[in-house]
Write a protein that binds this ligand. Structure first.
Ligand code: C5P
Length: 241
């Protein structure tokens, strides 16, 4: 796989028109992430637009609900033919296992491959202070991320979303088939904004990430195409796999 195929760009814009403008500006991006803002405003049509352009799709819905509702939503997403889908690990073992079964059922209905489920561990915008004082979680980072990743793996969900700062430890303890996806990636030349537990793209890949999610450092750059190429060049120094 080329390095550029491991860089997922977050299509975090409010409208379909804005998304199309960004897709037109970045034809070299092969993998796009559709998050809650765009999916809620533009609906599944945006997925068809991406599929029409032969792009890979990460549908970042971060589902978190009771098992029956998670399963229903996952069955519906399974029909779309997307590549990756996020669910929150904190939904628990039963909900994660039900989600896994349901994406496969949905995909079978339309004859497409089911998406790889990714369990979100601890959001990359949450730091140690917030975890302890706002959420009252007794474990520290990265133990909490590790605990949630193990919970997901036990439920059969092999994909994990984690901070680059946890990726090396997760790579060490999880099974070999784990797919590790890291947001919270910030090139040295960009600002962190609300992301707290950040690393540069090259560092995150070197630590063991399979895919990186990069949003504003690319989409908010004066020239997004130059920014994307720069991220790819920096990552190429780590070597492709
Ligand atoms: O602009 P930025 O690079 O911070 O975008 C990161 C993207 O990754 C956002 O769309 C955000 O919702 C998503 N994400 C994250 N942390 C997670 C899971 C997803 O930042 N744990």
């Amino acid at each position: 796989m080329q390095i550029s195929d491991r860089i997922i760009v977050a299509l975090d814009v409010p409208t379909k028109a804005g998304a199309i403008a960004l897709l037109d500006r970045l034809p070299q991006v092969s993998f796009w992430k559709v998050g809650l803002e765009l999916f809620i405003s533009a609906g599944p049509e945006i997925l068809q637009e991406l599929q029409h352009r032969h792009k890979r799709i990460f549908l970042d819905l971060k589902l978190h609900d009771i098992p029956n509702t998670m399963a229903g939503a996952c069955r519906a997403v399974g029909r779309y033919g997307v590549d990756l889908l996020t669910v929150h690990a904190t939904a628990g073992n039963e909900a994660l296992a039900a989600s896994l079964t349901a994406v496969a059922e949905g995909a079978a209905e339309t004859g497409c491959a089911p998406p790889q489920l990714l369990a979100v561990t601890v959001l990359t915008s949450i730091d140690a202070r917030m975890l302890a004082l706002e959420l009252n979680v007794p474990l520290e980072l990265p133990e909490q991320a590790l605990k949630l990743a193990m919970l997901a793996q036990e439920a059969g969900v092999t994909g994990i979303v984690c901070s680059p700062q946890e990726v090396a430890e997760l790579r060490r303890v999880l099974t070999r088939d784990a797919v590790l996806v890291c947001p919270g990636v910030r090139p040295a030349w960009s600002v962190a904004a609300d992301q707290r537990r950040v690393m540069t793209p090259a560092e995150a890949l070197a630590a063991g990430a399979d895919y990186l999610v990069v949003g504003r450092p690319i989409t908010g750059a004066a020239d997004p195409a130059v920014a994307f190429d720069r991220v790819c060049e920096e990552c190429a120094t780590v070597g492709s796999s």
